[in-house]
Design a protein around this ligand. Structure first.
Ligand SMILES: C[S@@+](CC[C@H](N)C(=O)[O-])C[C@H]1O[C@@H](n2cnc3c(N)ncnc32)[C@H](O)[C@@H]1O
Length: 301
């Protein structure tokens, strides 16, 4: 295991270690900023696939898996963060259903005592942001390897292209990324340097770079925006899924925003209603820029 991966994983572990008992409430509970539309979509996908069991890679405190109760689908999962594993075992009441492991390690995708086991489906929600650039196809390949041939794979990511709609810090980051600002600075002739900085400043001034507020951590642990938390270009994610050997690859979109967030804040109830109405159709292509999350799905070869 490389030093860089080890350091990134340690920061992520510390970030989530303080979150095991509150995470479900924050993201799935009554007070959640957004209803858990990814839960409903994943449940629908699993039902449509006729899955009888599922592996959740990066299962957190069984925040999704606990909602399988009554569906007849048997939950399994693993997570990088020991506190999450302990909470998931407690919630599911089954120590063997959850184990510790990293999504960057192919062995984690099978139960410790049963390395040959294949599941009907594998899901992975909220984990791809935390894995290093260049490893997406690896993780998607491990998910494919965890399921039987024809089994379902579904993985969620943050949609980088949403920055084209948000007019905030995400836009600035996306523009800088697309432009490759450091690369362009290196290409600029000495007499162009000042003009380039002026142009970039004029561009950045278009965006509310103070929004959204940075998510900092608790009890000295780093917050979500202080650890590796990448957003993905959905089209590149589709390529990675195909490179991983998945078949029938599709992109679905979640957490639609009818207005850019900073405009929606002026009419919160309308924004929520109109945005949720768009979430009813995850295949709406406007999601490429209007949805903050993307789900890549496919079937295993
Ligand atoms: C945003 S939470 C999502 C939890 C759950 N999947 C859900 O959707 O409700 C992300 C989880 O991924 C875990 N995680 C982050 N990086 C991981 C990795 N490389 N391998 C396994 N789990 C990881 C964290 O510990 C955390 O519990």
């Amino acid at each position: 295991v490389g030093d860089e991966r080890r350091a990134a994983e340690e920061a992520v572990r510390r970030c989530y270690s303080t979150w095991s008992t509150t995470y479900h409430d924050e993201y799935y509970g009554e007070g959640a900023a957004h209803p858990p539309v990814h839960r409903d979509l994943l449940l629908r996908l699993l039902a449509d696939a006729g899955a009888r069991d599922v592996l959740d890679a990066g299962c957190g405190p069984a925040s999704f898996l606990r909602h399988l109760e009554g569906t007849g689908i048997r939950p399994f999962g693993f997570d990088l963060t020991p506190e999450m594993v302990a909470e998931a075992r407690r919630v599911l009441g089954d120590d063997d259903a959850v184990w510790e492991g990293s999504a960057l390690d192919p062995e984690a995708f099978h139960p410790p005592g049963d390395p040959g086991r294949r599941f009907d489906a594998a899901v992975c929600a909220g984990v791809l942001p935390h894995i290093p650039a260049g490893t997406d196809a690896d993780v998607l390949g491990f998910l494919a390897g965890a399921v039987r041939p024809g089994g379902l794979v579904a993985a969620t990511a943050r949609n980088e292209l949403f920055g084209l709609f948000t007019l905030n810090r995400y836009s600035r980051d996306l523009f800088h990324d697309l432009i490759d600002v450091e690369g362009l600075r290196a290409e600029a002739l000495p007499e162009e340097a000042e003009g380039l900085e002026q142009g970039l400043a004029a561009m950045d001034a278009r965006f509310r770079t103070d929004l959204p507020p940075l998510r900092t951590g608790e009890d000295g642990a780093p917050g979500y925006d202080e650890v590796l938390s990448r957003a993905h270009n959905p089209l590149a994610l589709r390529d990675a899924a195909e490179a991983a050997g998945l078949r029938e690859v599709r992109l679905l979109f979640l957490h639609f925003h009818r207005l850019p967030p900073l405009a929606g804040d002026a009419v919160p109830a309308l924004q929520r209603r109109a945005s949720l109405a768009m979430d009813a159709d995850p295949s709406d292509p406007r999601g490429l820029v209007m949805a903050s999350s993307v789900v890549v799905t496919g079937t295993a070869p």
